[in-house]
Ligand binder design. Structure first.
Ligand SMILES: [Mg+2]
Length: 382
């Protein structure tokens, strides 16, 4: 079974006026996503999702115009070979670094979908797991900056649906961050796990003020206080309190960058995104490295049901997986455009789809509804 074609479809959705969510990365204007279709000589078609970075057109072009010609003609089940070829040509020499990792991730995910469909096995089974329930937290683009009362109300809605963990956006300013986190803890009581994410905008001074309070309210982690490559700050911040682990990984690419996180010795929760880190092939390798150091893997998950489902399969087959990031964004039509992918249970858990491969029926007629829109997806205050 040979790869005969690789196509990338960039999609966009503009948020309704006044419905933005604000967090450390800025205020959302639109959502972007890239669907990757891989066709084979046996008629089996696989689908994957590549994260668009901040430039969906550029990543789609990289997939179709640069990576596709390198991979067409290869054996479609040779995910390791395809990975190696892209790594050699685009990641390690004269390439596009993170951009190539995003592009490769979507192709790799589609190749795993093909493997599963060809074997008539759901991905979790192919990866060596079983259809087990995975704990989930309410995440995605949600719980942004707002008055503490409405924030607690929004978090309460997710808890009422079944979520036993929620993720608050920090990084507004240390004073408001502290007030909101303390208020949400009081409002939700002790049984809910409160996770926090500063989306890379903290200074060390912010971290020194906020981390002791997060320890007081027993927060589950502080995610991305600093830029992804600011290892010195991560190392320093990890000394502030042993009670709140630092989390990162959604902006780290390939096992080689995760190995650097390990060497920095300051990030205790890893969050690879299968649509960014180099795909499922690389996600498995990253999780294996993490397991040897007793580091839990709590994947970041992006826009569409394809990545959500792939992530659930991956987690069901990973010994050291933690929480699934359930997208509860109020304005993300990509989540359910192929039908709902997961349903939160009263136990706070979700499970992967049961069909072969990723288990998502892709109806391409929906793509016409979301033509790609150029330009930035967020407005940022500097
Ligand atoms: Mg994050």
């Amino acid at each position: 079974m040979k790869i005969t074609s690789i196509t990338a479809v960039p999609l966009s959705y503009r948020l309704p006026e006044g419905k933005t969510v604000t967090m450390g990365v800025g205020s959302t204007l639109k959502r972007d996503a890239i669907i990757v279709r891989v066709e084979t000589s046996e008629g089996v078609t696989g689908y994957g999702e590549a994260h668009p970075g901040r430039s969906p057109g550029a990543i789609a072009s990289l997939i179709q115009n640069t990576l596709a010609p390198m991979l067409v003609g290869m054996n479609a089940t040779d995910v390791v070979g395809a990975w190696q070829r892209v790594h050699r040509m685009q990641l390690s020499s004269h390439g596009l670094g993170a951009g190539a990792a995003l592009a490769l991730s979507g192709i790799d995910m589609a190749l795993w979908d093909i493997r599963g469909k060809a074997a008539n096995m759901p991905l979790y089974e192919l990866l060596g797991g079983t259809r087990r329930r995975v704990p989930a937290y309410a995440g995605g683009i949600s719980l942004g900056y707002q008055p503490k009362e409405s924030l607690a109300e929004e978090a309460g809605e997710y808890v009422a649906r079944g979520y036993k963990a929620v993720k608050l956006r920090l990084g507004d300013n240390a004073g408001d961050d502290i007030e909101r986190a303390v208020h949400v803890r009081q409002a939700l009581g002790d049984r809910v796990d409160i996770l926090t994410d500063a989306n890379t905008v903290y200074t060390m001074a912010d971290a020194r003020r906020v981390l002791p309070v997060l320890a007081d309210i027993r927060a589950g982690w502080l995610e991305e206080p600093f830029a992804c490559n600011d290892f010195a700050s991560y190392r320093e911040a990890a000394k502030i309190t042993p009670l709140v682990p630092l989390a990162a990984g959604e902006n780290h690419y390939t096992r080689f960058e995760f190995a650097q996180l390990l060497e920095a010795g300051a990030v205790q929760v890893w969050q690879p995104d299968l649509s960014k880190c180099g795909g499922i092939t690389e996600g498995v390798r990253i999780a294996a490295i993490a397991s040897a150091w007793r580091i839990p893997v709590n994947p970041h998950s992006s826009a569409t049901g394809l990545n959500h489902a792939a992530t659930l399969h991956f987690m069901a087959a990973t010994e050291n997986s933690g929480y699934f990031e359930a997208c509860v964004s109020k304005f993300n039509p990509f989540r359910d455009m192929f039908g709902p992918t997961f349903e939160i249970g009263a136990d706070g858990c979700v499970e992967p789809p049961s069909g072969p491969g990723i288990g998502i029926e892709v109806d391409e007629s929906i793509f016409g509804k979301y033509p790609s829109i150029d330009g930035p997806g967020y407005v940022v205050k500097f």
